[in-house]
Design a protein around this ligand. Sequence first.
Ligand SMILES: [Zn+2]
Length: 102
Amino acid sequence: MARIILIQDGHCELQQTEYTSFDDALEELRRRALILSTDPPNRAPCTGWRKCSRSYTLCEFEKTQTPPWKLWRYAKIVDVDPTGATWNPNYERDWAQERSAW
Ligand SMILES: [Zn+2]
């Protein structure tokens, strides 16, 4: 059984990178936190992207052959909006708690 981590946001993305470790996914969010909210990949796929924001959450799923994948845990990590990035100061604690549902 493989567990994978996805970066999720309020917007639905068609293309998703699957990460195998929390550190790899976090590294990607550290990179995105330094990018303007109006530049890719932070630019939101909606008409209001100039003022829109991202609320990045990491979600760990058990990847099975058939959906739906079981969600093992999630933690809100960082928001990126036109004023900059705001990190959740408790993301490590949140991630340490396995929750099986939203
Ligand atoms: Zn939006």
